[in-house]
Design a protein around this ligand. Structure first.
Ligand code: DQA
Length: 145
């Protein structure tokens, strides 16, 4: 099998991880998460590419550009609860994706209980902190093995 490439995509405000509401999201920043993912990817004999944007259209463009990737780990942040456009992009590219939320969205406000993505996801990881990204990569690797 050729070496798979996984994309790890992060949506709005996740560039502020480490500073933003640390009681909910922890002390690690996005660069720490990237390092963790690179370590797991090396273990899985895979490549990992990172992207973060606060912009919905930029995330749609990035998902479209990932149509040949082996899998996507996606924390769409608040767009999870609002974005038909991101859902449609994921449905269009047909790349298996795992939806990740650092916090337990089901223990939070009602509007966070609804996801436009979960029913078309290969898996959903919620409330496992930033470990969720690593778990998602491992799941994607086992899905394609
Ligand atoms: C989040 C949960 C979302 O409800 C929120 O808007 C985020 C982060 C999480 O990782 O827990 O930005 O996706």
């Amino acid at each position: 099998m050729t070496r798979p490439t996984f994309a790890v995509l992060n949506g709005p405000n996740l560039n502020l991880l480490g500073i933003r509401e640390p009681d909910l999201y922890g002390a690690e920043g996005l660069s720490d998460i990237q390092q963790r993912c690179e370590k797991v990817a090396a273990e899985l004999d895979a490549d990992v590419e990172f992207f973060q944007s606060n912009d919905e259209g930029a995330l749609v463009d990035e998902i479209q550009a990932r149509r040949d990737n082996a899998g996507i780990v996606l924390n769409a942040g608040a767009y999870t609860h609002t974005s038909v456009a991101i859902r449609d992009a994921l449905a269009a590219v047909q790349v298996p994706f795992v939806e990740v939320h650092i916090s337990n969205v089901f223990a939070r406000e009602d509007f966070r209980h609804r996801s436009y993505l979960s029913d078309i996801a290969a898996g959903v990881i919620v409330g496992c902190g930033v470990d969720g990204y690593e778990l998602a990569l491992r799941r994607l690797a086992s899905l394609i093995s």
